[in-house]
Design a protein around this ligand. Structure first.
Ligand code: ADP
Ligand code: ASP
Ligand code: MG
Length: 424
């Protein structure tokens, strides 16, 4: 008998019929003899709709209230799912994040899980019930305030609970058959990976492949929780995220490239006419850091000899764009730059693969593929196992497809199936 955590994403529980379908799947696992803890996301695009609603009320909603609002989405789906399971003759008890003992820090909207006190979950399992936990939410240790873990956070809830109760595996059920070499919504002939290492999955997630939340992969790696990403709409085996070899692995055949990720959520700020003297870059990025904005890529131009001025561009989450612009504007005369430009029509493509470490020429091939597709590169950054480029947003899909083909990643089998979801 095993102990498994199953997480169902929003598109898997989008309506009443889907909830019933998922309930059937859960009771089958339970009847097969496993103890099952289920983590569930809000139905369909509920979270986005709640965010939109809040912004109709207030342009900058207080983060504490925003968190209470957003946790409502997962409470709706958890209780409906428990009802659906009960209808199939299996006992189920649903728990909010707080009831399930998910303790977080106090960073509303992006809280980190610091502990899972799983006694209530264990009690439910001991009583023979399926425990259903609302994903994406927790409670602060001292003030008892409700928090959320950031978008896509139910993945992290699932892995944290799997680690806390020592589950054999954390199954992430979604609307595609696993982790593919690129988003199947953009590249229909993307190939499903049977296995991906934590390190590669971390870079995929950090580069925009939202099939798993970045923090969930970090948590899984730290606690050595194997993740099985698979579809709730099919019976196919999905992708194992683990450093351990799986059945069918061919040793010594490390692929050079594991995938192409894309990200449309970033913006670019250019600080124009910056005095090219020691200390200005420090000043600029201290201002941005002071606004609590994380930056991604940075490019500094060669300074014009005649003027001693240069331009510095950097990318950041578009959601933080106005905050960063306001902080920089406020310090314009102190830093002495000429002006600021804001551009949220950029896209980022990243090529990821642990095999890059030992294979020269990966960047050259990437740039060549983009040249052949007439796509201009605006910024470049590299790490040991990743090369990222910024392009125009409206060229990003073409760029992803061109690079996917150039690196021989296209599958000659059936097209990847996208079973549901709106891609929002
Ligand atoms: P859920 O609601 O189940 O959490 P998400 O929308 O968060 O689902 O994540 C699943 C989506 O991730 C897929 O529908 C797909 O469009 C997208 N995605 C992006 N990159 C990849 C990738 N490399 N492999 C699989 N899916 C990907
Ligand atoms: N419902 C939350 C979101 O849409 C959390 C999740 O789905 O993982 O971001
Ligand atoms: Mg998700």
């Amino acid at each position: 008998m095993g102990l498994i955590v199953q997480k169902y994403g929003g598109s898997s529980v989008a309506d009443a019929a889907s909830i019933k379908r998922v309930a059937k799947r859960i009771t089958e696992a339970k009847r097969a003899g496993d103890d099952v803890v289920v983590v569930v996301s809000a139905m369909g695009d509920t979270t986005d709709e709640l965010v939109d609603l809040a912004h109709q009320i207030s342009p900058m909603p207080p983060s504490r209230e925003m968190d209470i609002l957003l946790t409502a989405g997962e409470r709706i789906s958890m209780s409906l799912l428990a009802m659906a399971i009960a209808n199939l003759g299996v006992e189920a008890q649903s728990f909010t994040g707080q009831q399930a003992g998910v303790i977080t820090d106090e960073a509303h909207g992006r809280a980190r899980i610091i502990d899972v006190k799983a006694s209530r979950i264990r009690k439910a399992l001991d009583a023979g019930a399926v425990a259903i936990v609302a994903g994406f939410q927790g409670v602060t240790e001292h003030t008892n305030d409700v928090t959320t873990l950031g978008r896509g956070g139910s993945d992290t809830t699932a892995v944290a609970i799997a680690a806390a109760i020592g589950a054999n595996v954390c199954e992430i059920y979604t609307d595609v058959d696993g982790v593919f070499t690129a988003d199947p919504r953009i590249v229909p002939n993307a190939r499903k990976l049977d296995r991906i290492t934590y390190e590669e999955m971390l870079d995929m997630a950090a580069s925009g492949a939202k099939v798993l939340m970045l923090r969930c992969v970090e948590y899984a790696r730290r606690n050595n929780v194997p993740i099985h990403v698979r579809s709730s709409f099919s019976g196919h085996l999905g992708t194992m995220v683990t450093d351990d070899p799986i059945e069918g692995d061919v040793p010594m055949e490390q692929p050079i490239i594991s995938g192409v990720a894309h990200d449309r959520s970033e913006a670019k700020i250019t600080v124009v006419g910056v005095p090219d003297v020691p200390g200005t870059a420090a000043q600029i990025f201290e201002i941005v850091a002071g606004a609590e904005v994380n930056i991604d890529m940075i490019v500094q131009n060669v300074s014009a000899a005649a003027t001693g001025l240069t331009d510095i561009s950097f990318t950041l989450p578009a959601a933080d764009g106005q905050k960063a612009m306001a902080a920089l504007h406020a310090m314009q005369s102190t830093v002495g730059f000429a002006s600021l430009q804001y551009d949220d029509t950029i896209g980022k493509l990243s090529l990821i693969g642990a095999g890059m470490r030992s294979h020269p020429g990966v960047s050259a091939k990437l740039f060549g593929a983009l040249r052949d597709a007439s796509i201009n590169i605006e910024m470049i950054s590299t790490s040991e196992i990743r090369v990222s480029v910024v392009t125009r947003a409206d060229q990003l899909d073409d760029a992803v497809r061109a690079v996917h083909t150039a690196f021989g990643l296209d599958s000659d089998e059936d097209e990847a199936v996208v079973y549901g979801g709106t891609g929002r």
